[in-house]
Design a protein around this ligand. Structure first.
Ligand SMILES: Nc1ncnc2c1ncn2[C@@H]1O[C@H](COP(=O)(O)OP(=O)(O)OP(=O)(O)O)[C@@H](O)[C@H]1O
Ligand SMILES: [Mg+2]
Length: 105
């Protein structure tokens, strides 16, 4: 399992989440964040608002999820966002006790 953390523009988030749903990736956690990349903000703002999306996916789904985010969040200009991919040790669905891939979706 991998956790995909994607930080995207606020205005692109709805398109990204809809596209993920279309490919069958429904569960996600999102939250508003403020951050900066290599350009260090946009004067006079030190930090810019973005949306962070977290999705824990099966190993075999990493590529299609990343490609879907790229296709729907890339404008080709600075500030488009970033994707981080982390290993996940375990997932457990509280209602049933299912573990691993079975607990995801
Ligand atoms: N190395 C990093 N660590 C943590 N968060 C980061 C990092 N790089 C970017 N971010 C987060 O991603 C958001 C978007 O980053 P951004 O798209 O500006 O990246 P970038 O590396 O500057 O690329 P670009 O040159 O395309 O702007 C930032 O506002 C910040 O929240
Ligand atoms: Mg940047």
């Amino acid at each position: 399992m991998r956790k995909i953390e994607a930080i995207v523009r606020e205005e692109d988030f709805d398109r990204v989440q809809k596209a993920l749903k279309q490919i069958g990736i429904v569960p996600m956690t999102t939250y508003p964040v403020k951050g900066r990349g290599v350009q260090g903000g946009v004067p006079p703002y030190e930090l810019m608002p973005k949306i962070k999306i977290e999705i824990v996916v099966k190993d075999e789904d990493v590529e299609k999820v990343v490609n879907t985010i790229l296709q729907n969040a890339r404008r080709g200009i600075p500030g488009d966002g970033k994707i981080f991919i982390l290993p996940v040790y375990e997932a457990i669905r509280i209602r049933t006790g299912e573990k691993g891939n079975d607990a995801l979706y």
